[in-house]
Design a protein around this ligand. Structure first.
Ligand SMILES: Nc1ncnc2c1ncn2[C@@H]1O[C@H](COP(=O)(O)OP(=O)(O)O)[C@@H](O)[C@H]1O
Ligand SMILES: [Mg+2]
Length: 358
Protein backbone atom coordinates (compact mmCIF):
# COMPACT_ATOMS: atom_id res chain seq x y z
CA UNK A 1 0.00 0.00 0.00
CA UNK A 2 1.08 3.61 -0.21
CA UNK A 3 1.02 7.03 1.38
CA UNK A 4 -1.48 9.49 -0.12
CA UNK A 5 -0.70 13.18 0.01
CA UNK A 6 -2.84 16.19 -0.85
CA UNK A 7 -0.86 19.40 -1.08
CA UNK A 8 -2.73 22.70 -1.01
CA UNK A 9 -5.65 21.34 -3.03
CA UNK A 10 -8.26 23.73 -4.38
CA UNK A 11 -11.35 22.75 -6.37
CA UNK A 12 -13.51 25.52 -7.78
CA UNK A 13 -16.82 25.19 -9.59
CA UNK A 14 -17.10 28.58 -11.24
CA UNK A 15 -17.02 31.12 -8.43
CA UNK A 16 -17.76 28.46 -5.79
CA UNK A 17 -14.90 26.82 -3.91
CA UNK A 18 -15.78 23.23 -2.95
CA UNK A 19 -12.30 22.36 -1.59
CA UNK A 20 -10.34 25.24 -0.15
CA UNK A 21 -6.56 24.82 0.21
CA UNK A 22 -6.63 21.39 1.81
CA UNK A 23 -3.33 19.73 2.70
CA UNK A 24 -3.48 16.24 4.14
CA UNK A 25 -1.08 13.32 4.40
CA UNK A 26 -2.50 9.84 4.87
CA UNK A 27 0.34 7.59 5.98
CA UNK A 28 0.97 4.20 4.38
CA UNK A 29 -1.34 1.77 6.16
CA UNK A 30 -3.38 4.42 7.89
CA UNK A 31 -7.19 4.58 8.12
CA UNK A 32 -8.26 8.21 7.77
CA UNK A 33 -11.85 9.37 7.95
CA UNK A 34 -12.84 12.50 6.06
CA UNK A 35 -15.76 13.75 8.08
CA UNK A 36 -18.04 16.77 8.09
CA UNK A 37 -21.59 17.88 7.35
CA UNK A 38 -23.26 17.40 3.99
CA UNK A 39 -21.78 19.64 1.29
CA UNK A 40 -18.48 20.32 3.07
CA UNK A 41 -16.37 18.86 0.24
CA UNK A 42 -15.70 15.27 1.32
CA UNK A 43 -16.79 13.49 -1.85
CA UNK A 44 -15.09 16.12 -3.99
CA UNK A 45 -11.82 15.55 -2.10
CA UNK A 46 -12.08 11.78 -2.50
CA UNK A 47 -12.91 12.05 -6.20
CA UNK A 48 -9.87 14.26 -6.67
CA UNK A 49 -7.67 11.54 -5.20
CA UNK A 50 -9.39 8.96 -7.41
CA UNK A 51 -8.87 11.14 -10.48
CA UNK A 52 -12.59 11.25 -11.30
CA UNK A 53 -12.31 15.04 -11.29
CA UNK A 54 -9.30 17.32 -11.66
CA UNK A 55 -8.22 19.90 -9.07
CA UNK A 56 -8.07 23.61 -9.86
CA UNK A 57 -4.77 23.90 -8.00
CA UNK A 58 -2.45 21.82 -5.86
CA UNK A 59 -0.77 18.42 -6.10
CA UNK A 60 -1.79 14.89 -5.26
CA UNK A 61 0.78 12.18 -4.61
CA UNK A 62 0.13 8.44 -4.29
CA UNK A 63 3.30 6.86 -3.00
CA UNK A 64 6.09 8.93 -4.48
CA UNK A 65 4.23 9.46 -7.73
CA UNK A 66 2.57 12.78 -8.52
CA UNK A 67 -0.74 11.76 -10.06
CA UNK A 68 -2.02 15.13 -11.31
CA UNK A 69 -3.72 14.59 -14.66
CA UNK A 70 -3.41 10.79 -14.44
CA UNK A 71 -6.41 8.67 -15.43
CA UNK A 72 -8.28 6.92 -12.56
CA UNK A 73 -7.31 3.50 -13.91
CA UNK A 74 -3.64 4.43 -13.79
CA UNK A 75 -3.72 5.54 -10.15
CA UNK A 76 -3.89 2.00 -8.71
CA UNK A 77 -6.60 2.84 -6.23
CA UNK A 78 -9.73 0.88 -5.34
CA UNK A 79 -13.08 2.60 -4.86
CA UNK A 80 -15.60 0.85 -2.62
CA UNK A 81 -19.13 2.07 -3.09
CA UNK A 82 -22.36 1.91 -1.12
CA UNK A 83 -23.82 -1.05 -2.93
CA UNK A 84 -21.42 -3.92 -3.25
CA UNK A 85 -22.45 -4.60 -6.87
CA UNK A 86 -21.55 -8.29 -6.75
CA UNK A 87 -22.56 -10.47 -9.69
CA UNK A 88 -25.50 -12.45 -8.29
CA UNK A 89 -25.07 -15.44 -10.59
CA UNK A 90 -21.34 -15.84 -10.14
CA UNK A 91 -19.73 -17.67 -7.23
CA UNK A 92 -17.57 -15.73 -4.81
CA UNK A 93 -14.51 -17.15 -6.56
CA UNK A 94 -15.71 -15.85 -9.92
CA UNK A 95 -16.66 -12.50 -8.45
CA UNK A 96 -13.13 -12.12 -7.13
CA UNK A 97 -11.55 -13.43 -10.33
CA UNK A 98 -13.53 -11.15 -12.63
CA UNK A 99 -11.33 -8.02 -12.55
CA UNK A 100 -8.26 -10.19 -13.15
CA UNK A 101 -9.89 -12.04 -16.02
CA UNK A 102 -10.69 -8.68 -17.57
CA UNK A 103 -7.00 -7.91 -17.40
CA UNK A 104 -6.30 -11.23 -19.10
CA UNK A 105 -4.07 -12.62 -16.36
CA UNK A 106 -3.00 -16.26 -16.71
CA UNK A 107 -5.31 -18.70 -14.94
CA UNK A 108 -2.73 -19.82 -12.41
CA UNK A 109 -2.06 -16.21 -11.39
CA UNK A 110 -5.77 -15.53 -11.03
CA UNK A 111 -6.19 -18.60 -8.86
CA UNK A 112 -3.27 -17.63 -6.63
CA UNK A 113 -4.39 -14.01 -6.19
CA UNK A 114 -8.00 -14.93 -5.49
CA UNK A 115 -6.99 -17.48 -2.86
CA UNK A 116 -4.57 -15.03 -1.25
CA UNK A 117 -7.25 -12.34 -1.01
CA UNK A 118 -9.81 -14.84 0.27
CA UNK A 119 -7.36 -15.94 2.94
CA UNK A 120 -6.72 -12.39 4.14
CA UNK A 121 -10.44 -11.68 4.29
CA UNK A 122 -11.29 -15.02 5.86
CA UNK A 123 -13.73 -16.00 3.12
CA UNK A 124 -11.88 -19.05 1.77
CA UNK A 125 -14.72 -21.30 2.90
CA UNK A 126 -17.22 -19.21 0.93
CA UNK A 127 -15.57 -19.33 -2.50
CA UNK A 128 -18.15 -21.66 -4.05
CA UNK A 129 -21.18 -19.80 -2.69
CA UNK A 130 -23.25 -17.20 -4.50
CA UNK A 131 -23.83 -13.70 -3.07
CA UNK A 132 -27.41 -14.45 -1.94
CA UNK A 133 -26.06 -17.25 0.25
CA UNK A 134 -23.91 -14.77 2.20
CA UNK A 135 -24.61 -12.44 5.10
CA UNK A 136 -24.27 -8.69 4.60
CA UNK A 137 -20.88 -8.73 6.29
CA UNK A 138 -19.64 -11.56 4.09
CA UNK A 139 -20.88 -9.76 0.98
CA UNK A 140 -18.94 -6.70 2.01
CA UNK A 141 -15.83 -8.82 2.45
CA UNK A 142 -16.25 -10.17 -1.07
CA UNK A 143 -16.61 -6.63 -2.43
CA UNK A 144 -13.44 -5.65 -0.60
CA UNK A 145 -11.75 -8.81 -1.88
CA UNK A 146 -12.60 -7.87 -5.42
CA UNK A 147 -10.86 -4.54 -4.87
CA UNK A 148 -7.96 -6.23 -3.10
CA UNK A 149 -7.03 -8.70 -5.87
CA UNK A 150 -6.01 -5.72 -7.96
CA UNK A 151 -3.23 -4.82 -5.49
CA UNK A 152 -4.43 -1.24 -5.01
CA UNK A 153 -2.19 1.33 -3.38
CA UNK A 154 -5.11 2.70 -1.39
CA UNK A 155 -8.80 2.08 -0.74
CA UNK A 156 -11.19 4.97 -1.18
CA UNK A 157 -14.61 4.59 0.39
CA UNK A 158 -17.49 7.05 0.15
CA UNK A 159 -20.17 6.46 2.81
CA UNK A 160 -20.15 2.70 2.18
CA UNK A 161 -22.44 1.98 5.14
CA UNK A 162 -25.05 4.67 4.74
CA UNK A 163 -27.65 2.38 3.11
CA UNK A 164 -27.62 -0.11 5.96
CA UNK A 165 -29.81 -0.34 9.02
CA UNK A 166 -28.28 0.63 12.36
CA UNK A 167 -27.49 -2.89 13.55
CA UNK A 168 -25.79 -3.98 10.34
CA UNK A 169 -23.90 -0.70 10.24
CA UNK A 170 -22.47 -1.46 13.66
CA UNK A 171 -21.31 -4.90 12.52
CA UNK A 172 -19.83 -3.47 9.33
CA UNK A 173 -17.86 -0.89 11.26
CA UNK A 174 -16.18 -3.69 13.14
CA UNK A 175 -15.60 -5.64 9.91
CA UNK A 176 -14.01 -2.69 8.13
CA UNK A 177 -11.78 -1.92 11.07
CA UNK A 178 -10.65 -5.54 11.17
CA UNK A 179 -10.06 -5.53 7.41
CA UNK A 180 -7.86 -2.49 7.75
CA UNK A 181 -5.89 -3.92 10.66
CA UNK A 182 -5.34 -7.30 9.00
CA UNK A 183 -4.18 -5.72 5.77
CA UNK A 184 -2.41 -2.59 6.95
CA UNK A 185 -4.37 -1.01 4.13
CA UNK A 186 -4.27 2.69 3.37
CA UNK A 187 -7.91 3.72 3.64
CA UNK A 188 -9.57 7.08 3.01
CA UNK A 189 -13.09 6.82 4.31
CA UNK A 190 -15.70 9.54 3.72
CA UNK A 191 -18.59 9.86 6.13
CA UNK A 192 -20.92 12.51 7.54
CA UNK A 193 -21.33 10.32 10.63
CA UNK A 194 -18.88 11.36 13.31
CA UNK A 195 -19.46 8.07 15.15
CA UNK A 196 -18.10 6.08 12.19
CA UNK A 197 -15.04 8.30 12.09
CA UNK A 198 -14.43 8.11 15.81
CA UNK A 199 -14.86 4.33 16.02
CA UNK A 200 -12.84 3.30 12.97
CA UNK A 201 -10.24 5.86 12.02
CA UNK A 202 -6.62 6.20 13.13
CA UNK A 203 -6.99 9.88 12.37
CA UNK A 204 -9.95 11.99 11.38
CA UNK A 205 -9.91 15.00 9.08
CA UNK A 206 -12.82 17.27 10.01
CA UNK A 207 -13.97 19.50 7.17
CA UNK A 208 -16.38 22.41 7.03
CA UNK A 209 -17.14 24.69 4.10
CA UNK A 210 -14.38 23.13 1.98
CA UNK A 211 -11.75 23.84 4.62
CA UNK A 212 -9.89 21.35 6.78
CA UNK A 213 -10.64 22.25 10.39
CA UNK A 214 -8.66 19.67 12.35
CA UNK A 215 -6.67 16.55 11.54
CA UNK A 216 -5.79 14.35 14.49
CA UNK A 217 -6.64 11.15 16.33
CA UNK A 218 -10.30 10.82 17.34
CA UNK A 219 -9.28 11.00 21.01
CA UNK A 220 -7.44 14.29 20.56
CA UNK A 221 -10.15 15.80 18.37
CA UNK A 222 -12.63 14.87 21.08
CA UNK A 223 -10.56 16.20 23.97
CA UNK A 224 -9.05 19.23 22.23
CA UNK A 225 -11.34 20.54 19.50
CA UNK A 226 -9.61 23.47 17.82
CA UNK A 227 -12.75 25.54 17.34
CA UNK A 228 -16.48 25.79 18.04
CA UNK A 229 -17.38 23.97 14.84
CA UNK A 230 -15.34 20.86 15.68
CA UNK A 231 -16.50 20.97 19.30
CA UNK A 232 -20.12 20.88 18.19
CA UNK A 233 -19.59 18.25 15.50
CA UNK A 234 -17.70 15.51 17.34
CA UNK A 235 -19.38 13.65 20.19
CA UNK A 236 -22.95 12.62 20.78
CA UNK A 237 -24.78 14.33 22.34
CA UNK A 238 -22.85 17.33 21.10
CA UNK A 239 -20.78 19.44 23.46
CA UNK A 240 -22.88 22.04 25.27
CA UNK A 241 -21.99 25.56 24.21
CA UNK A 242 -22.85 28.57 26.32
CA UNK A 243 -22.40 31.83 24.46
CA UNK A 244 -21.40 34.35 27.10
CA UNK A 245 -19.69 37.66 27.70
CA UNK A 246 -16.82 38.37 30.06
CA UNK A 247 -18.14 40.15 33.15
CA UNK A 248 -14.96 41.38 34.77
CA UNK A 249 -11.81 39.25 34.71
CA UNK A 250 -13.07 35.88 35.92
CA UNK A 251 -16.76 35.61 35.22
CA UNK A 252 -18.63 34.67 32.06
CA UNK A 253 -22.37 35.20 31.83
CA UNK A 254 -25.34 36.32 29.85
CA UNK A 255 -29.09 36.75 30.28
CA UNK A 256 -29.19 35.61 33.88
CA UNK A 257 -26.57 32.84 33.97
CA UNK A 258 -23.00 33.26 35.11
CA UNK A 259 -20.05 30.94 35.65
CA UNK A 260 -17.08 31.89 37.82
CA UNK A 261 -13.82 30.86 36.16
CA UNK A 262 -10.85 29.27 37.88
CA UNK A 263 -7.64 31.30 37.74
CA UNK A 264 -6.36 29.13 34.93
CA UNK A 265 -9.54 29.46 32.87
CA UNK A 266 -9.66 33.20 33.52
CA UNK A 267 -6.14 33.38 32.10
CA UNK A 268 -7.28 31.57 28.96
CA UNK A 269 -10.39 33.76 28.65
CA UNK A 270 -8.18 36.86 28.81
CA UNK A 271 -6.68 35.82 25.47
CA UNK A 272 -10.01 36.32 23.68
CA UNK A 273 -10.01 39.06 21.07
CA UNK A 274 -13.26 40.59 22.39
CA UNK A 275 -15.67 40.22 25.28
CA UNK A 276 -17.46 37.25 23.77
CA UNK A 277 -16.38 33.94 25.25
CA UNK A 278 -18.07 30.57 24.67
CA UNK A 279 -18.01 27.90 27.35
CA UNK A 280 -18.00 24.29 26.16
CA UNK A 281 -18.90 21.39 28.45
CA UNK A 282 -19.57 17.76 27.59
CA UNK A 283 -22.66 16.22 29.18
CA UNK A 284 -20.61 13.89 31.36
CA UNK A 285 -18.60 16.72 32.96
CA UNK A 286 -21.57 18.63 34.37
CA UNK A 287 -22.91 17.80 37.84
CA UNK A 288 -26.65 18.07 38.29
CA UNK A 289 -27.78 19.18 41.78
CA UNK A 290 -31.33 19.23 43.15
CA UNK A 291 -30.57 22.10 45.53
CA UNK A 292 -28.70 25.34 45.32
CA UNK A 293 -24.94 24.81 45.46
CA UNK A 294 -22.45 27.68 45.55
CA UNK A 295 -21.10 28.38 42.08
CA UNK A 296 -23.66 26.22 40.30
CA UNK A 297 -25.87 27.66 37.56
CA UNK A 298 -29.65 27.49 38.06
CA UNK A 299 -31.91 26.01 35.42
CA UNK A 300 -35.12 24.04 34.91
CA UNK A 301 -35.64 20.57 33.53
CA UNK A 302 -36.88 20.84 29.95
CA UNK A 303 -37.09 17.15 28.98
CA UNK A 304 -35.78 13.85 30.26
CA UNK A 305 -34.47 11.23 27.81
CA UNK A 306 -33.84 7.79 29.29
CA UNK A 307 -31.71 5.59 27.00
CA UNK A 308 -31.28 2.58 29.28
CA UNK A 309 -27.67 2.85 30.44
CA UNK A 310 -27.79 6.56 30.95
CA UNK A 311 -30.41 9.30 31.10
CA UNK A 312 -29.96 12.60 29.32
CA UNK A 313 -31.54 15.56 31.04
CA UNK A 314 -32.12 18.65 28.95
CA UNK A 315 -31.95 21.68 31.21
CA UNK A 316 -33.04 25.13 30.20
CA UNK A 317 -30.53 27.75 31.34
CA UNK A 318 -31.81 31.17 30.27
CA UNK A 319 -32.08 30.88 26.45
CA UNK A 320 -29.87 27.79 26.15
CA UNK A 321 -30.54 24.07 26.54
CA UNK A 322 -27.77 22.21 28.35
CA UNK A 323 -27.70 18.41 28.13
CA UNK A 324 -26.45 16.57 31.21
CA UNK A 325 -26.14 12.81 31.72
CA UNK A 326 -27.28 11.21 34.96
CA UNK A 327 -27.76 7.67 36.27
CA UNK A 328 -31.04 6.04 35.17
CA UNK A 329 -32.12 5.90 38.81
CA UNK A 330 -32.31 9.71 39.06
CA UNK A 331 -35.98 10.72 38.91
CA UNK A 332 -36.73 14.16 37.51
CA UNK A 333 -39.87 15.84 36.26
CA UNK A 334 -40.34 18.57 33.71
CA UNK A 335 -39.84 22.06 35.19
CA UNK A 336 -37.99 20.77 38.28
CA UNK A 337 -35.47 23.38 39.42
CA UNK A 338 -31.86 22.11 39.17
CA UNK A 339 -28.37 23.58 39.53
CA UNK A 340 -25.53 22.74 37.16
CA UNK A 341 -21.95 22.51 38.36
CA UNK A 342 -19.30 22.90 35.65
CA UNK A 343 -16.02 21.08 36.17
CA UNK A 344 -13.41 23.80 35.66
CA UNK A 345 -10.77 21.25 34.70
CA UNK A 346 -12.94 19.91 31.88
CA UNK A 347 -14.30 23.21 30.65
CA UNK A 348 -13.50 24.28 27.08
CA UNK A 349 -13.23 27.95 26.26
CA UNK A 350 -13.61 29.48 22.83
CA UNK A 351 -13.12 32.96 21.51
CA UNK A 352 -16.67 34.03 20.64
CA UNK A 353 -15.40 36.39 17.96
CA UNK A 354 -13.11 34.03 16.03
CA UNK A 355 -14.55 30.67 17.13
CA UNK A 356 -11.08 29.36 17.98
CA UNK A 357 -10.27 27.41 21.13
CA UNK A 358 -8.60 29.47 23.86
N1 LIG B 1 -20.09 19.31 -10.35
C1 LIG B 1 -20.38 20.26 -9.45
N2 LIG B 1 -20.73 21.51 -9.83
C2 LIG B 1 -21.00 22.48 -8.95
N3 LIG B 1 -20.95 22.31 -7.60
C3 LIG B 1 -20.61 21.10 -7.15
C4 LIG B 1 -20.30 20.01 -8.02
N4 LIG B 1 -19.98 18.93 -7.28
C5 LIG B 1 -20.10 19.32 -5.99
N5 LIG B 1 -20.47 20.60 -5.90
C6 LIG B 1 -20.67 21.38 -4.66
O1 LIG B 1 -19.51 21.29 -3.87
C7 LIG B 1 -19.84 21.19 -2.51
C8 LIG B 1 -19.21 19.96 -1.91
O2 LIG B 1 -19.83 18.81 -2.44
P1 LIG B 1 -19.44 17.35 -1.96
O3 LIG B 1 -17.98 17.18 -2.02
O4 LIG B 1 -20.26 16.39 -2.75
O5 LIG B 1 -19.93 17.38 -0.44
P2 LIG B 1 -20.01 16.19 0.65
O6 LIG B 1 -19.15 16.66 1.77
O7 LIG B 1 -21.45 16.15 1.06
O8 LIG B 1 -19.55 14.93 0.02
C9 LIG B 1 -21.36 21.18 -2.42
O9 LIG B 1 -21.80 22.49 -2.12
C10 LIG B 1 -21.77 20.79 -3.82
O10 LIG B 1 -23.03 21.33 -4.14
MG1 LIG C 1 -20.60 13.14 -0.29
Amino acid sequence: MAEVRLVDIVKNYGAFTAVDHVSLTIADGEFVALVGPSGCGKTTSLNLVAGLIEQTAGDIFIGDRRVNGLDPKDRDIAMVFQNYALYPNKTVFKNLAFPLKMRKLPRADIDRKVRAAAKVLDIEHLLERRPRELSGGQQQRVALGRALVRDPRAFLMDEPLSNLDAKLRGQMRAELKRFHQDLHATVIYVTHDQLEAVTMADRMAVMNGGKLQQYDTPARVFSNPVNIFVAGFVGSPAMNLLYGLMEGANRVGRDGWAVELSAENAGRAARATGREVVLGARHSTIALHREHVAGAVPGRVYTVEPTGDVTFVHVRVAQTIVVVSVAPSVMLAIDDPVWLGFDQNKLHLFDGTTGDAL
